[in-house]
Design a protein around this ligand. Structure first.
Ligand code: ADP
Ligand code: MG
Length: 252
């Protein structure tokens, strides 16, 4: 059950790439147990926000706290090991390795094994990879080379890999982009189950009707700033958003 405590707290985060300010003094709390939807036009800073939380991009100002402790400044694998997992907008897999090996890598590196344990895959990693692969519908294609995976399969491999050690938070960057309606539905059912089982979920998606079908709370970014933060139902009433999202030409 959501208890409303901030699990991730972004405080005054600013990110610049050369002359471009991708995120500008952004403060945002992600509450334990919620499904938070993030929307906004292309270039709004959505992916950059995930990159800051996951440690792939360092902010020039501000900080990110996870469960009350500062994580900004830590390398991505340390943040993953603390329990913050993510998927990427482009579904990459290791093409030369099997579906199974791809999931195993996630299952293994989700735990801090120190320098000596790093390259020795123990029973715990195999069990976690087996369970995740089965759960995400990869069970009968485990031996197949990653390079032959369809877009949907690549997304499921990425999800299974991220979920293998049951993270506290899962960040999904446009998880249904490019999928058929049926594949999207399957993926969103997984997302809802993941949340129901206690993982806090943050999902970026630019198609509003997909987002409002899973998220209770919406955050809308525009040019690196927070344009809206509130209940999904209230977003439709918001004047600023109507122009951006609910106008006649907007994709809803
Ligand atoms: N690695 C990068 N190098 C330079 N500019 C970047 C980089 N990542 C993002 N940007 C720029 O930052 C802004 C926000 O990008 P992004 O976070 O990818 O937006 P969104 O995911 O909302 O489409 C854009 O202007 C983009 O061009
Ligand atoms: Mg993006």
């Amino acid at each position: 059950m959501p208890n409303g405590d901030a699990l991730i707290d972004c405080r005054g985060v600013t990110v610049r790439f050369g002359g471009v300010t991708a995120i500008s003094n952004l403060s945002l709390s992600i509450r334990e147990g919620e499904i938070l939807g993030i929307a906004g036009p292309n270039g709004a800073g959505k992916t950059t926000l995930f990159n800051v939380i996951s440690g792939h991009v360092k902010p020039v100002a501000g900080e990110v706290l996870f469960a009350g402790e500062r994580i900004s400044g830590l390398p991505p694998h340390k943040i993953f090991q603390r329990g913050v997992a993510r998927t990427f907008q482009l579904a990459d897999v290791i093409t030369e390795q099997s579906f199974y090996a791809n999931v195993l890598v996630g299952a293994h590196f989700a735990k801090d094994r120190g320098l000596r344990g790093m390259f020795r895959f123990g029973a715990g990693s195999y069990v976690a990879a087996d369970t995740a692969a089965e759960r995400y519908g990869l069970g009968n294609r485990l031996g197949i080379r990653g390079g032959t995976a369809s877009l949907f399969e690549r997304k499921m491999i990425m999800l299974a890999s991220a979920m293998a050690h049951k993270p506290s938070v899962l960040l999904l960057d446009e998880p249904v982009g490019g999928l058929s309606e049926e594949e999207s539905d399957t993926l969103l059912e997984h997302v809802q189950r993941i949340a129901a089982e206690g993982t806090t979920v943050v999902v970026i998606e630019h198609v509003m009707r997909v987002l409002t079908s899973v998220a209770q709370r919406l955050v809308i970014l525009n040019r690196g700033e927070l344009l809206f933060d509130g209940a999904a139902d209230d977003a439709r009433e918001d004047k600023k958003l109507q122009e951006l999202y609910f106008g006649s030409t907007a994709e809803v």
